[in-house]
Design a protein around this ligand. Structure first.
Ligand code: ADP
Length: 250
């Protein structure tokens, strides 16, 4: 494992009955980088993400997080690992509708035995920088799609994970809101020194990432492709400092 490697999948294979979803994939995620996993529907992207994130066990191959093998851990330990070392952003936010936004963000901390009061205090500190100031008490149903995804981004980052996984994070948003959401996702993960793995079929989404990995029929097609667009994230540090994401999406 290279010294900058955070997460490494080696020889990953996974089948569902006769269907080969992963046919032997090697992929290394480096510290602080944003990687897009692209490919047509059914090519194995989600299966790869699920194996890397310890949601699913590969049939063979290994997954290492910061040098420690994680695919052989039992479900309880993988579940704890997902809660503490990984963050997740899904296509439809998957916030709990009955909880105010700040408690949705606080939830991963509370599940890790932080007191409710402390967890909510920490959760609140994410709202301003993510352009969500004043929305702490709103229920998910009272947020726009873009706002709800920012809450999901805060929830993914609140535990200071090593890696954030995002599966089509803008899939349910219009293009402008999706663009905003990707910018915030990339900037916030980089600001927090986490790596980002984004599954998408949208080249605009991939364009925000440092590197694109193409999956076809359970294989990785090519070596690392150069980032499709450069410079998009150059303002992230100053953006965070000045409270980016002001242009709230409604
Ligand atoms: P993608 O994310 O690129 O759309 P997936 O990883 O979801 O691809 O799926 C890869 C292949 O594995 C597809 O043929 C899909 O139908 C199959 N597959 C994925 N998950 C399951 C499952 N739980 N049961 C059966 N087949 C599955």
């Amino acid at each position: 494992m290279s010294s900058h490697s955070v997460l490494e999948g080696r020889g990953l294979k996974k089948s569902f009955g006769p269907t080969v979803a992963l046919a032997g994939v090697d992929l290394t995620i480096h510290r602080g980088e944003a990687v897009a996993i692209m490919g047509p529907s059914g090519s194995g992207k989600s299966t790869l993400l699920h194996c890397l994130a310890g949601i699913m066990r590969p049939d063979s191959g290994e997954v290492h997080l910061l040098g420690d093998r994680i695919d052989t851990l039992g479900e309880r330990r993988r579940s704890a690992l997902r809660r503490t070392r990984f963050g997740f952003v899904f296509q439809f936010g998957q916030l709990l509708p009955e909880l105010p936004a700040e408690e949705n963000v606080a939830l991963p901390l509370m599940l890790g035995d932080v007191s409710r009061r402390q967890a909510v205090l920490q959760a609140r500190s994410w709202f301003g920088p993510l352009g969500l100031g004043g929305m702490e008490g709103r229920r998910p149903g009272e947020l726009s799609g873009g706002q709800a995804q920012r809450v999901a981004i805060a929830r993914a980052l609140v535990t200071r994970p090593a890696v954030v996984f995002a599966d089509e994070p803008t899939g349910a948003l219009d293009q402008a809101t999706g663009h905003d959401t990707m910018r915030i996702l990339v900037e916030a993960t980089k600001h927090n020194e986490a790596s980002l793995v984004v599954v998408t079929h949208d080249p605009h989404v991939a364009g925000w990432c440092d590197r694109v990995v193409e999956v076809r029929d359970g294989f990785i097609l090519t070596g690392p492709l150069p980032a499709q667009t450069s410079g998009q994230t150059s303002g992230w540090a100053s953006g965070w400092a000045s409270g980016w994401a002001q242009e709230g999406s409604r």
